[in-house]
Design a protein around this ligand. Sequence first.
Ligand code: AHZ
Length: 309
Amino acid sequence: PSATTTPTKAVNGTNRYMKITGNVKVLEDLTDKWDTFKFDPIRESQVSRAMTRRYFQDLDTYAESDIVIVGAGSCGLSTAYVLGKARPDLKIAIIEASVSPGGGAWLGGQLFSAMVMRKPADAFLSDLGVPYEDEGNYVVVKHAALFTSTLLSKVLSFPNIKLFNATAVEDLITRPSNTNDQKVRIAGVVTNWTLVTMHHDDQSCMDPNTINAPLVISTTGHDGPFGAFSVKRLVSMQQIDKLGGMRGLDMNTAEDAIVKRTREIVPGLIIGGMELSEVDGANRMGPTFGAMALSGVKAAEEALKVFER
Ligand code: AHZ
């Protein structure tokens, strides 16, 4: 159903809600009826079933996905946004280890709230519809959370994208490559509830779940308890020799390098965002986020090429 909202003013001290017209319930004057107010009745099992039925249906649907994005930070979400817009026909699962998607982008840097993006990443903000102040070579979003929440809301609105949060990727699914040289291609991910993943050392083995997909895009950030997950695994399974190790901070060098180097590292696995810095030994950029958005755009373009092959 379509609905239009019109702000209404407080009338005689009554706090009126937004008026919603169209063929949906009208909220106007709700506050005038608090004395007789009552929700429609519900049975607790209906709540449980409403959630679990959908979740298990999603697990079933996305067990075979077209693309899995690992990590819902600024790069992973930017990737999902571009892919969701470009290819509504593809099934895209996003796996995020944290309860809260968004990665490091909820604040601009340290505990300061504004977010800086260097041009030309302002084009991404304009596409998203996030307002910013133009400062010449760079733009500033008044609160990083405005960027992250807008991006998140658009990504979650795509019917072909499902976010599984509180779920960690624990391993990669591999298949022998066609080259017969111990090389593999990536064919999906192995997942577990993050709380389980964190307790493999003190609980008996809890076997994981799997998602098959011809393409995985990993954007798990730089090294940390969960970060740089896929590239560390590529080393331990001898698909790349060693990691370059993220270098010190140099905003100019780092942002260009991350966008340029966003690519398919081994067949079936594209790496984007700060995870790349660990592969190539790129510098870090600190709190400027243009490269994360544009690495996401490039990762999406690389993915689209795979589906055109
Ligand atoms: O929880 C992680 C975060 O939300 C998630 N993640 C990591 N490992 C995972 C795993 N399974 C599932 N095994 C996993 N999820 O990945 C997300 C990474 O987000 P991020 O914001 O850390 O990375 P990004 O590359 O999107 O953005 C980096 C932002 C940075 S770091 C930095 C610096 O240090 O200089 N500068 C910028 C702009």
